[in-house]
Write a protein that binds this ligand. Structure first.
Ligand SMILES: *[C@@H]1O[C@H](CO)[C@@H](O)[C@H](O)[C@H]1NC(C)=O
Ligand SMILES: *[C@@H]1O[C@H](CO)[C@@H](O)[C@H](O)[C@H]1NC(C)=O
Ligand SMILES: *[C@@H]1O[C@H](CO)[C@@H](O)[C@H](O)[C@H]1NC(C)=O
Ligand SMILES: *[C@@H]1O[C@H](CO)[C@@H](O)[C@H](O)[C@H]1NC(C)=O
Ligand SMILES: *[C@@H]1O[C@H](CO)[C@@H](O)[C@H](O)[C@H]1NC(C)=O
Length: 196
C-alpha cells in the first residue's frame, strides 16, 4: 500500500470514529424545570414525532424518527422507535423497547403518576429515569429532558421536542420558552419528516 493510500484509509477511519455520543465537559445541572405532575399517562400514549432534539450522536443519518407508546401491564408500557436511514435509501429501521412509570412516592398521592419514565431498548428492566417530561398538553406537544454524568468530568445531556404532528408550523410557546432559556441552539437538530 502506498503512503498516499494509507493516509486516505487513516482519514476515513478518523471520520467514522467521529460518530459518537456527544458529551459536554462538567457535570449535569439540575433539571431545568419541574416534571409534569400529576401525569395523565393514558393521554400520553400513542404516536409522537420527534421534531427537534439535542443530537447525542453526530453525524447522524436517522430521520423520520417517531415513537409509539402502548400500555402493557400496570405502570408499564412498550415503545416502538421507527426511523429511516437518510444515507441508505431511506431504509426503515424499527426498535422495540419498554419501560415503567414513576409514581408520586408519598401518600396520599402515591396512586398518582409523575412525568418520569424509565425506558430501555435492551432486554431486562429499565433501571434509570431517562425520560423526564417537562411539559406536555398530551394532544399536540411534549418536551422531554435527560442528563447523565458519564464520568467525573463529562456529562451527556439530551432534550426532545415531540409533536403529534410530523410537520408543526412553529414551536408551542412553552417549548420555545424552555428551549431558548435553557438550551443551546447550536446543538439542536431538526428531524426531517418527509416527503421521502
Ligand atoms: C400500539 O398501539 C397502536 C394503536 O395506538 C397499534 O396500532 C399498534 O399495533 C400497537 N403496537 C403494539 C406493539 O402493540
Ligand atoms: C412488550 O415488549 C416485550 C419486550 O419487547 C414483549 O415481550 C411483550 O410481549 C410486549 N408486550 C406487549 C403487550 O406487546
Ligand atoms: C451511514 O452513516 C453511518 C455513520 O454516519 C455509517 O455508520 C453507515 O455505515 C452509513 N451507511 C451507509 C449505507 O453508507
Ligand atoms: C427507575 O429508575 C430509578 C433511578 O433513576 C430507580 O430508582 C427506580 O427503581 C427505577 N424504577 C424501576 C421500576 O425500575
Ligand atoms: C470522561 O469521558 C470523556 C468523554 O467520553 C473522556 O474524554 C475522558 O477521557 C473521560 N475521563 C476519564 C477520567 O475517564
Amino acid at each position: 500500500m502506498s503512503i498516499k493510500i494509507k493516509y486516505i484509509v487513516l482519514i476515513i477511519v478518523i471520520c467514522f470514529s467521529l460518530s459518537e455520543t456527544r458529551v459536554f465537559s462538567g457535570q449535569c445541572r439540575k433539571r431545568p424545570a419541574p416534571v409534569v405532575r400529576p401525569f395523565f399517562y393514558r393521554f400520553y400514549l400513542g404516536l409522537w414525532y420527534e421534531i427537534e432534539w439535542y443530537d447525542d450522536e453526530y453525524p447522524t443519518d436517522d430521520e423520520c424518527i417517531k415513537f409509539t407508546y402502548n400500555h402493557t401491564l400496570p405502570f408499564q408500557f412498550n415503545m416502538t422507535l421507527e426511523l429511516k436511514k437518510s444515507n441508505d435509501s431511506w431504509k426503515d429501521e424499527v426498535y422495540e423497547g419498554h419501560g415503567s412509570l414513576s409514581r408520586i412516592p408519598s401518600p396520599p398521592y402515591s396512586h398518582k403518576l409523575v412525568g418520569q419514565l424509565n425506558t430501555t431498548f435492551s432486554t431486562g428492566p429499565a433501571e434509570r429515569i431517562n425520560h423526564e417530561i417537562l411539559a406536555t398538553d398530551y394532544c399536540s406537544y411534549a418536551f422531554v429532558w435527560d442528563c447523565q454524568n458519564v464520568n467525573a468530568t463529562h456529562y451527556n445531556e439530551k432534550m426532545w421536542y415531540f409533536s403529534r404532528n410530523p410537520n408543526p408550523t412553529e414551536r408551542p410557546k412553552t417549548v420555545n420558552y424552555l428551549i431558548t432559556k435553557y438550551f443551546d441552539q447550536q446543538f439542536i437538530r431538526k428531524t426531517y419528516h418527509g416527503p421521502k
